[in-house]
Design a protein around this ligand. Sequence first.
Ligand code: AMP
Ligand code: GLY
Length: 426
Amino acid sequence: MRILLLGSGGREHAMAWRINQSNMTDELFIAPGNPGMESLGKIFPDIQVNNFEGIASLALKENIDLLVVGPEDPLVHGITDYFALKPELRHIRIAGPCAQGAKLEGSKDFSKAFMLKYGIPTAAYRTFTSETIHEANEYLKTLKAPYVLKADGLAAGKGVIIAQSLEEAQSELKEMLGGRFGNAGNRIVIEEFLQGIECSVFVACDGRDYRILPVAKDYKRIGDGDTGPNTGGMGAISPVKFADKDFMSKVEERIIKPTIHGLIQENIDYKGFIFIGLMNVAGEPYVIEYNCRLGDPETEAIMLRIKSDFADMLYRIASGSLADYQLEIDPRTVATVIMVSGGYPGEYQKGFEILMPLDSDETILFHAGTKRDGHSIVTNGGRVVAISSYGSDIASAIERSYAKASQVVFEGKNYRHDIGKDLMNL
Ligand code: AMP
Ligand code: GLY
């Protein structure tokens, strides 16, 4: 197969690493990619993920059989539909849902209504606009602190506000409806706060059949002990002990099966990954959010645990033939640490030279925000490098990742020092 992968983060580097190992892969192309992927495929740094025309002409020129979409943006903007509507592109299989399916992530209002309709457990909620701000304030008064406010549309992971007091919630609400998130904030979902511990469940879906991939936990805040502002993700652990057989059977029966049933009922031909952000509330799973793609940094952890052929899985997702796929999972633990630029998630500088140790049998480094500058690799984003290691348990896996982290050199490097600690004490 000739495969074109879209994206440039640690998630896509990890996916490319696995795709490259498959016997089914004849050639791998990546747009825009990053320098870490240069040895895995041919990269096209000038073709961005939302440049549908550029992607289409590359796909035709290189005779692509399978398009794999890493990030949510092109999915929500309809890349799958764009290919389906053009006769010359229609033969290309796509691992990634159509725009209507991607709405599970692209619109909080849509996904909450979907969950309500199909009886999928989630926090109680209501949706408001600037015309109904008065009702929104009244609804807030019926809830208890903390208050959860979500911009309806894509807001680069920043659209969720958790306010500690009613006054704070009301002033945030006013700002959100006043345009702080642009069009993404035209509608605001206000929902009940769920108390518990989170995990990320990934489902590969071919429109009918599905496979549940390894569960992971993400660490979202910048500071140790889950302090400071939210980031794109500072680390990940897989597996997650509390997502045991009993919990996962509840997830499958109450959430995964009704989600896929609902998609079929709604005539949404969902061929891609469904990422379910879950809250474990005293042993009961609730959906915090859906995403229409794999998670970052969770993918940098779970790619090490998927032993069966990943390119084959992607092809089967895209062609509706997952029913015969034998998913094989490595039983070992994987711990991922993200090295970020100093100042991130606030303002930070780019362009610092990076020196990295080599991979070993137990530890793999994935590039995220990096760029080639002549013979050097320099920092080019908030999240710079992901370091993933195998271990027999969390302690041994994380120790290996931290040992490599200490060998990565770039000005201002920062990372969390407590990834996995909370799970060790469970
Ligand atoms: P989201 O972008 O929907 O994943 O929300 C970002 C983060 O906000 C989640 O990972 C949770 O930590 C938190 N969050 C979102 N919704 C809720 C909720 N209803 N109750 C508690 N925490 C929430
Ligand atoms: N790790 C969370 C996300 O990818 O949205």
